[in-house]
Design a protein around this ligand. Structure first.
Ligand SMILES: NC(=O)c1ccc[n+]([C@@H]2O[C@H](COP(=O)([O-])OP(=O)(O)OC[C@H]3O[C@@H](n4cnc5c(N)ncnc54)[C@H](O)[C@@H]3O)[C@@H](O)[C@H]2O)c1
Length: 429
């Protein structure tokens, strides 16, 4: 926003935004088993610890250091088990948090549901489009709750944005822009490798699962997002968050078609996925979305812009900026070529120039998005209420990411089959 534009600041206190509360008494204990206790899982564990009645009782991982730290994070109360099947076979465990790398999600989720557990699965729900359908069938068969972990939709900022859009403040929205830009090694997923990592502490076979067999490789183990064998790169790691939010705020599912271009310009020796990705998604509800990400420049960071006929809404993690559209009809450059008296008559009857409108900025206070998202999961489990991010939300958002990757690698426009909830038959490759 230009600095010369003064902002009206509205501070929306926690009182104006009702935060989800646990309806069940805190005494209602919900036990948690965690499949994978890597970097994200440790953040989520802190949120689980804040949720009344929730108790982490069992953890497993493929690297010993993370198990040790996870047990310590529960003050020694959680049990370390050798394999995820030990969690699934334990009848005292009510819920499973799937925090493993993406290529494992479908298997961990489906087997957890089949074992009678409610499941919280980190985004992206899937590694391939059709896994989403298999998971949907497993949810249906099990009658258990599945919540996907794109926490942004539980944040006060996105809830308020959703309300503003639903109330029609933006008018008709025909374009959404969203981006995820970074310029650092850690932002490009070059994560540090613990000095004690070795074949003695890292279970390579457990990590690989159904992925192609390869020799032991610590970079692949700790930086798996950089490799197609385990991840869809920028699309499944970052665009999936953007699509989850856009679908929620726009009240839609999958796009009708997608076109994308991706390239690897700078971080080539560390990965086989693009570091720069641009995509256009067209929705049958009558709007298009542009998604953009680079790891070579941080300008703009992360955010959304919803562009409507009556106004624009920029959505950040804790800030909303609404700018009403300024109505202007400017034809003087055309009527300058008319006879003078005709021009004057036309301009005095038709020229429109409304006053300058200042952007309205709303700063949101209230809980951390992950705390709220995790809290929503336990509330739904206890009350039997719908999931805030169910299997279809997870399937459609992840499908966008897979369509983006397929378009970028094939050079084709990728279309969605709305009847089958998957890619058009000709494009399933
Ligand atoms: N919602 C968010 O904002 C957010 C942020 C970061 C990561 N994530 C997601 O969380 C998931 C984990 O990402 P991360 O950054 O924590 O990765 P990570 O590599 O730090 O953690 C994954 C862990 O899974 C373990 N693991 C691998 N195979 C396993 C198996 N078969 N059984 C048990 N454990 C196994 C690994 O040893 C590792 O510790 C990913 O799906 C990622 O997309 C979400």
């Amino acid at each position: 926003m230009p600095s010369d534009i003064s902002r009206r600041i509205f501070l929306a206190g926690a009182g104006t935004l009702a935060l989800p509360a646990f309806a069940a008494p805190p005494s209602a204990r919900t036990t948690v088993g965690m499949i994978g206790v890597g970097a994200r899982a440790h953040q989520v564990m802190e949120s689980i610890k804040k949720a009344p009645g929730a108790e982490i009782v069992s953890v497993c991982d493929a690297y010993t250091g993370r198990i040790t730290r996870a047990v310590a994070r529960t003050d020694g109360r959680a049990k370390a088990v050798a394999n995820y099947t030990d969690i699934l076979g334990d009848p005292s465990i009510d819920t499973v948090f799937v925090m493993s790398p993406d290529h494992w999600h479908a298997r961990h989720v489906i087997e957890s549901l089949e074992a009678g557990k409610h499941v919280y699965c980190e985004k992206p729900l899937t590694y391939t489009v059709d896994e989403g359908l298999a998971i949907a069938r497993a949810v249906g068969r099990s009658g258990k709750l599945l919540q996907v972990g794109s926490q942004g939709i539980s944040s006060p900022a996105e809830k308020m944005a959703e309300k503003m859009i639903q109330e029609g403040r933006l008018g008709r929205i025909t374009m959404v822009r969203a981006n995820y830009n970074r310029n650092s090694a850690s932002g490009a997923w070059i994560y540090p490798i613990p000095p004690d990592a070795s074949p003695d502490t890292v279970d390579w076979k457990k990590f690989l699962g159904a992925a192609p067999k390869r020799p032991f490789d610590l970079a692949r183990f700790f930086r798996w997002r950089c490799y197609k064998d385990y991840s869809g790169g920028i699309a499944t790691d970052l665009f999936v968050h953007l699509c989850t939010t856009i679908h929620r705020l726009m009240g839609t599912g999958a796009p009708q078609d997608v076109m994308a271009v991706g390239d690897l310009y700078r971080w080539g020796d560390s990965r086989d996925v693009p570091d720069t990705l641009n995509a256009i998604l067209r929705y049958r509800e009558g709007f298009t979305v542009t998604l953009s990400s680079t790891f070579n420049n941080g300008s703009g960071g992360t955010g959304f812009e919803f562009l409507g006929t009556e106004g624009s809404l920029a959505v950040g993690a804790r800030t909303l900026v609404f700018t009403a559209e300024r109505k202007t009809e400017s034809t003087k450059w055309v009527t300058d070529s008319w006879p003078d008296e005709l021009q004057q008559a036309y301009e005095s009857a038709n020229a429109v120039r409304s006053p300058r409108i200042e952007p309205e900025e709303t700063k949101l206070r209230g809980g951390d998005a992950t705390d709220l998202h995790v809290e929503n999961f336990f509330t739904a489990v206890r009350d039997g209420t719908p999931s805030v991010e169910d299997v279809w939300a997870g399937h459609y958002a992840a499908a966008c990411a897979h369509m983006v990757n397929l378009s970028a690698t094939s050079g084709r426009r990728i279309a969605w089959d709305f009847k089958a909830h998957r890619l058009m038959k000709t494009q399933r490759s």
